[in-house]
Design a protein around this ligand. Structure first.
Ligand SMILES: [Zn+2]
Length: 413
C-alpha cells in the first residue's frame, strides 16, 4: 500500500478497536501437592487463538504470585524479564490471525508465609493469583503492569480451565470450578484459585439452584458458617435475577478466622473471606462485576469495585441518599498506578464515591431504567471485558435523559 494512503488511512484505522489477543484461552494443569498442601508442582499447558488482526510472535505469562516476593512461583522455559511477575515465551513461528497454538511449562508454587490471597495461615495454604495466566495485548499493547500492592492490578480474558490437583495429605482442596473425577473444570473463568488444608466443609443449595460450599478453618463458629451461607445464597439468587443467572453451579466460600491483615478476595466460583466479619455479599457481587463482566482491573478498577459496592448497597436496601460530596478533586476513574501512589484515597474514591455515582445515576434515570441498564450491560458483555465507554453507552441507551452533564459532574471521562 502506498505510504501516503497509509497516512491517510491511519487515523481511521486508529478509531477501530484492535481486538485483544491471545484469545479463547484454555488451561490444562496437572499439579501434585506436598502432604501439607503448601507446595504444588507439575505441568501447565496454555492454548490460545491469535484473535488480533496481525501475527503474534510471543506471549507473556504473568506470575502474579511473585508480586510480593520473587521465587514463590517458578516456571521452566520462557525468558525472564526484569519483573519476576512477567515471563516471555517466543512462539516457534509467527502465529497468524485466527490460528491456534499452545505453550507448556513446568510450574512450582509454594505458598509464602504471610497472610494473603497467596499465602499461608497456620496449616492452611491459599493459592489466589498464584497459577500462571496469560497476559493480554490490546490496542494499548501488552499489559504488563505491576501489582500496585493494593486492590487488584489484574487483567485476563475468560478461559476454560481443567486442573487436576493431586495430593496424598489429609487435605480438603476447594477450588474454582466443579471437580469431577479429580479434575476441576471451569468454563469461561478469568482465573483459577484454590486452597488446601484440613477445612471443615458443609454445603447448601440456594432456592435458585446454586450450590454454596463452605470450607472453614477449625475455630470458625457454626453461626459464622451459616450466616455466610445465608448471605451468599440470598445474594446469588438476587443478583442472578438482577444481572443474569449465575451460570456456574457452585460457589466455594473459604472462611478463615485467623487472618488479621487480609480480609478477602474474589475469584471465579471461589471466594476467600475473613470470618466472621466477612464482606460476603460484596465478594458474591464480584462474581458478576469482574467474573462474568470482566474489566482491566489495573486500568479501570471502578468498573468492578464501584459496581460490587453499589450492588451490595442495593441488596441491603441502602440507596445512600445524599451521598455525593460535590465536585471531586480526583476522578474515580483513575487507574491503579494512581491509586497505588495514593492508597489512602483508593477506598473512598473508587468504592464509596464510585458506588455513590451509581446511586446518583439511578436517582437521575429512575430505578426501572437502572435495572434495565445493568441487566442489558451484563448481557451484552457476558464473559467479555468492558470499558468505561461501554458502560456510558449502555447507560445512555437505557435512558432518554441526556447523560453528558451527569458524566461531567461526576468526573466520568
Ligand atoms: Zn471488591
Amino acid at each position: 500500500m502506498h505510504r501516503l494512503l497509509l497516512l491517510l488511512l491511519a487515523p481511521i484505522w486508529l478509531l477501530v478497536a484492535t481486538p485483544s489477543t491471545p484469545g479463547v484461552p484454555s488451561y490444562e494443569v496437572e499439579l501434585t501437592g506436598t502432604p501439607d498442601g503448601r507446595t504444588w508442582s507439575g505441568r501447565e499447558t496454555v492454548s490460545f487463538t491469535n484473535t488480533a488482526t496481525e501475527s503474534l510472535r510471543e506471549v507473556y505469562v504473568r506470575l502474579w504470585g511473585n508480586s510480593r516476593g520473587c521465587g514463590a512461583v517458578a516456571v521452566t522455559g520462557g525468558v525472564a524479564t526484569d519483573d519476576c511477575t512477567v515471563v516471555r515465551f517466543s512462539l516457534p513461528e509467527a502465529l497468524q490471525p485466527g490460528k491456534r497454538a499452545s505453550i507448556s511449562f513446568d510450574v512450582k508454587l509454594t505458598a509464602p508465609e504471610r497472610e494473603d490471597r497467596f499465602g499461608r495461615s497456620g496449616e492452611f495454604s491459599f493459592f489466589g493469583n498464584a497459577l500462571p495466566v496469560l497476559a493480554v495485548r490490546d490496542a494499548a499493547g501488552w499489559h504488563l503492569e505491576r501489582d500496585m500492592g493494593i486492590g487488584e492490578s489484574f487483567y485476563t480474558v475468560a478461559a476454560d480451565f481443567a486442573v487436576r490437583l493431586t495430593h496424598t495429605g489429609n487435605l480438603a482442596v476447594p477450588s474454582t470450578g466443579v471437580t469431577t473425577d479429580g479434575v476441576a473444570i471451569a468454563k469461561q473463568a478469568r482465573d483459577f484459585a484454590w486452597a488446601a488444608g484440613p477445612f471443615r466443609t458443609t454445603s447448601t443449595t440456594s432456592p435458585g439452584g446454586v450450590t454454596v460450599r463452605t470450607w472453614a478453618t477449625p475455630t470458625v463458629t457454626a453461626d459464622a458458617v451459616s450466616s455466610a451461607q445465608a448471605d451468599a445464597t440470598a445474594a446469588l439468587d438476587e443478583f442472578g435475577r438482577r444481572f443474569g443467572a449465575y451460570p456456574d453451579h457452585e460457589l466455594d466460600l473459604v472462611l478463615n478466622d485467623r487472618w488479621t491483615a487480609f480480609s478477602g478476595m474474589e475469584y471465579p466460583g471461589f471466594v476467600l473471606l475473613i470470618s466472621p466479619s466477612s464482606p460476603v455479599v460484596h465478594e458474591v457481587a464480584h462474581q458478576w462485576w469482574y467474573g462474568l463482566v470482566g474489566n482491566n482491573e489495573y486500568a479501570d478498577p471502578w468498573l468492578d469495585e464501584a459496581f460490587a459496592t453499589y450492588a451490595t448497597d442495593v441488596f441491603e436496601g441502602d440507596h445512600r441518599a445524599g451521598c455525593w460530596p460535590g465536585t471531586l478533586p480526583v476522578a474515580i476513574t483513575r487507574d491503579m498506578g494512581y491509586w497505588g501512589a495514593h492508597d489512602t484515597s483508593y477506598g473512598t474514591f473508587v468504592y464509596t464515591y464510585g458506588s455513590c455515582m451509581l446511586h446518583e445515576l439511578e436517582r437521575l434515570i429512575g430505578t426501572p431504567a437502572m435495572d434495565r441498564l445493568l441487566a442489558s450491560y451484563a448481557k451484552a458483555h457476558w464473559h467479555g471485558v468492558v470499558t468505561p465507554a461501554d458502560f456510558k453507552a449502555a447507560a445512555q441507551a437505557a435512558s432518554t435523559v441526556e447523560l453528558g452533564p451527569f458524566w461531567r459532574e461526576h468526573g466520568i471521562g
